[in-house]
Ligand binder design. Structure first.
Ligand code: CS2
Length: 464
């Protein structure tokens, strides 16, 4: 089963499973569950759940048809049906891509019981709306049926995503059904995993281009890059496909790999998204082609992000940095900055704040990170550099808008108000005078001089 069958799952885990089956045979398939919209079901089911993955590089593209999806269910239409498939004994793995906000966590990392959908699910656990509610009900039914040996595989960009998942499930179950909470504690395997593949949202032009090549229309096309990596903590609760034959790394500890991915790739991505959007760019490859922005990302990778990642066998941080600069520059991908910019409040901590804190604790400079974080603050004000308004797509949008509307606020006041968001900024950073001052300085420059001039000034300062 896969919860959250969007483009990312189809281009990553489903394609890896397809490779495994091509190499080893076997009868693994997956049933996808949409947690919100019907679109994926409407696209996939009429085509027998077959779809094309287009791997685009500057030198050309490769098309593959993926055949591992057996069916797609739409949870809001029939939660009981989705739960029944998750609960049956033949389901050995339930993987998830529900995005950072799908875990509905509070500032302390536990379940946010005030989240309206969680409050709904706690009151009506047999007709849940959230991934947490759906899973807990499925686990309850499995427990009653005596079906064990289950693995949940979180594939979202969160540190220790398996632990995060287990914690919110335990918080939920302890309120609705303590016996299931005990079962989760004892029986359920939730290995952490690190996913690494860039998958821009599919556009109508992508669908039209693939139709030209295939000679038939595939409504469920996904576009991605040639690179793909999956690092999985080797701690399954039952049977599993041999993911390693398709290149997945099974390791005893994903921590160094997840820090490398979340900080170097995702941290640079968010930097490019906020500062690049402010500077008027639309796509990742356009920003990275700009000399100053590229120099900023190179500096961040080498001097402020890589030094916060511990060494590990099989982790070559230098090669990863070089590969990232090439991957970001891929002009065939057309990865929109607005896609990366969304949900910043959920993404910032693991991508930019934790590395900044790590540098601060060691007394090391963090100017690039301060600029990147100030870039998010500036972006969250919802006005471009000509004063035009845009929508800030974020679960905290209401609170961000209230801060943006503070009359006559200066950079220091905006920073002060943003640092009050305890879901985003943890204790040590919120009250750190050097951190606060560095953010205010960079934000002031972004407000007065704009993103391009501020990036250039920092790059010159760093090279001088
Ligand atoms: C991106 C990620 O949208 C975003 O926030 O940074 O989706 C990124 O492309 C993937 O994590 C790459 O694996």
């Amino acid at each position: 089963m896969h919860l959250g069958i969007g483009a990312f799952h189809r281009a990553h885990q489903a394609a890896i499973l397809d490779d495994v089956l091509a190499r080893t045979g076997g009868n693994w398939r997956s049933v996808g569950i949409s947690c919100r919209s019907r679109t994926v079901r409407e696209h996939l089911v009429p085509q027998d759940c077959l779809y094309t993955v287009v791997e685009r590089a500057s030198e050309g593209e490769r098309l593959r048809i993926i055949g591992t999806v057996a069916d797609v269910l739409v949870a809001p239409d029939d939660p009981a049906a989705a739960i029944a498939v998750m609960a049956r004994a033949a389901t050995h793995i339930i993987s998830l891509t529900v995005t950072e906000k799908g875990y509905c966590r509070d500032a302390a990392g536990g379940l946010n019981t005030e989240h309206p959908d969680i409050a709904h699910d706690l009151a009506a656990p047999s007709t849940p709306r959230t991934a947490v509610g759906l899973l807990t009900e499925a686990l309850r039914q499995r427990r009653l049926r005596g079906a064990t040996a289950l693995t949940l595989l979180s594939c979202d960009n969160l540190p220790q995503n398996g632990r995060v998942l287990k914690r919110v499930l335990l918080d939920f179950a302890s309120r609705t059904d303590p016996a299931t909470a005990d079962w989760i504690e004892r029986e359920l395997a939730c290995p952490s995993t690190v996913v690494d593949r860039i998958v821009p949202a599919t556009t109508p032009e992508d669908i039209a281009a693939v139709a030209e090549v295939l000679g038939c229309c595939d409504d469920a096309v996904v576009v991605t890059e040639p690179f793909s990596r999956w690092t999985i903590e080797d701690r399954f609760g039952g049977p599993r496909p041999r993911f390693e034959v398709a290149g997945a790394q099974l390791v005893s500890d994903v921590r160094p790999f997840e820090l490398a991915k979340l900080r170097l790739l995702n941290g640079s991505h968010s930097t490019l998204a906020y500062l690049g959007s402010l500077a008027g760019f639309r796509f990742v490859h356009e920003v990275i082609a700009d000399r100053d922005f590229r120099a900023l990302v190179q500096h961040l990778l080498r001097a402020e992000l890589a030094p916060t990642v511990p060494a590990a066998p099989g982790l070559d941080l230098q090669a990863y940095q070089a590969a990232l600069l090439r991957r970001f520059a891929n002009p065939a991908l057309r990865h929109q900055l607005s896609q990366i910019a969304m949900d910043g409040s959920q993404k910032l901590p693991q991508r930019l704040l934790e590395p900044a804190q790590s540098l601060l604790e060691r007394g090391l400079p963090f100017d690039g990170l301060a600029l990147a974080i100030a870039g998010w603050i500036r972006y969250a004000l919802g006005r471009d550099e000509s004063g035009g308004r845009y929508v800030v797509d974020d679960p905290l949008a209401g609170r961000l808008a209230a801060i943006a509307d503070l009359r006559g606020a200066d950079a220091e006041q905006f920073v002060g108000a943003l640092l009050e968001l305890s879901e985003v900024f943890g204790e040590p950073l919120r009250n750190h005078p050097a951190f606060r001052a560095a953010l205010a300085r960079q934000l002031q420059s972004l407000l007065v001089r704009g993103a391009r001039a501020t990036v250039r000034a920092l790059v010159q300062q760093l090279s001088g």
